[in-house]
Design a protein around this ligand. Structure first.
Ligand code: NAD
Length: 340
């Protein structure tokens, strides 16, 4: 039975178009090598470059386009930092489509230097609230307040997601918080995790303060299986974990909700490398593989993963972040060739 999916593609800013096009080429190679898979790419405009023309980084027509699709492949976007400017597209889409679980696999790759061998853990970050709620104001000149909103509902929902993931992995979950200082907000988060734990007795749990977690990620990264945490802590820990396991250029992420999924690299738009054909496209290519898995196309997802692992194992094509001098297009071409 042929399967056909509409995929929203947002290329983004900076290195976004280069890495997204690389992932699309790989997805096209997967389509060509599969008899029963059709991906219809619907390109939408979003990102910093839209602001001058539309007054926003997420035009309404792009939101309408996303609503007609089964999933979204999103390139990184540049976020303006001036107060009052449009807020991050990623944050807006996560909240708009209720993509409450940000899933960031952290694993070693062949021929890629990592702090310890054979690392394999996943960070699940609450994606809709916390310090990314976007509620920030100035009380008086020089005095600002940002609201860190934590609800039982959102904490329980993401904890449930993380426990289910752990049940299918090594059955271990670490919840990371700063409950000794943020007693009310992280108290709510901790209680929600403990409540979810009762429904998943086969999963053992560990409790870790976020400052200790940053240290343990370096000291004993092999001891983690699934980490669940709040929004900001998860964002920081996953960049750290990307470097612990190899490179930000390899780290992919999924934003999962009840009815929709958005897939993107963990990294940002790295503006200084724009159009240099220099950065590693694997993070976005692996995000595309996660998207296929979310759509139920596991065989197609595995094809991409195997091709990436084969290219890295051979060690002939290595981008600058991996200590080589290969280009973005040489890397994606090598992966495409393995798929055909
Ligand atoms: P960044 O992730 O863009 O870049 C940090 C550094 O990581 C780069 O200078 C580069 O050395 C390395 N790097 C990133 N991607 C790489 C790749 N594919 N291959 C090799 N090396 C890579 O972080 P930043 O400089 O803090 O942010 C730049 C912009 O991106 C900001 O506007 C920020 O808001 C935005 N951002 C967007 C997203 C998103 O769209 N989801 C995520 C993070 C940051």
């Amino acid at each position: 039975m042929p399967k056909s999916y509409n995929i929203a593609v947002l290329k983004g800013d900076g290195i976004g178009p280069e890495v997204t096009e690389a992932a699309i080429k790989v997805l096209n190679a997967v389509q060509e090598s599969s008899q029963n898979l059709t991906l219809n790419f619907l390109y939408g405009e979003a990102g910093y470059h839209c602001i001058a023309e539309y007054g926003t980084n997420l035009p309404e027509k792009t939101v309408a386009l996303i609503k007609r699709t089964h999933a979204c492949l999103k390139g990184p976007m540049t976020t303006p930092e001036t107060p009052g400017a449009p807020v991050s597209v990623a944050v807006t889409l996560r909240r708009m489509f209720n993509l409450y679980a940000n899933v960031r696999p952290c694993r070693s790759f062949p021929n890629v230097e990592s702090l310890k061998p054979d690392l394999d853990f996943v960070i699940v970050r609450e994606n809709t609230e916390g310090l990314y709620s976007g509620v920030e104001f100035q009380l008086a000149p020089g005095v600002g307040v940002a609201l860190r909103i934590i609800t039982h509902e959102a904490s329980f929902r993401v904890a449930e997601f993380a426990f289910k993931l752990a049940e299918n992995r090594k059955k271990h979950l670490t919840y990371v918080h700063k409950g000794n200082i943020l007693r009310i907000t992280d108290g709510i988060f901790k209680d929600a995790v403990k409540e979810a734990a009762k429904k998943h007795p086969t999963v053992t749990i560990d409790d870790l303060h976020v400052d200790a977690a940053t240290m343990q990620l370096i000291k004993r990264p092999e001891s983690f299986d699934v980490i669940v945490t709040t929004n900001l802590f998860g964002d920081i820990l996953s960049d750290e974990a990307a470097q612990v396991t190899g490179s930000l250029g390899l780290a992919a992420g999924a934003n999962i909700g009840e009815t929709y999924g958005m897939f993107e690299p963990v990294h940002g738009s790295a503006p200084k490398y724009t159009n240099m054909n220099r950065v590693n496209p694997i993070a976005t290519i692996m995000a595309a593989a996660m998207m296929l898995e979310y759509l139920g196309e596991k065989a197609a997802a595995l094809k991409i993963e195997k091709a990436v692992l084969d290219v890295l194992s051979e060690g002939k094509i290595r981008t600058a972040d991996l200590g080589g001098s290969s280009t973005t297009s040489q890397m994606s071409q090598a992966i495409e060739t393995k798929i055909h």
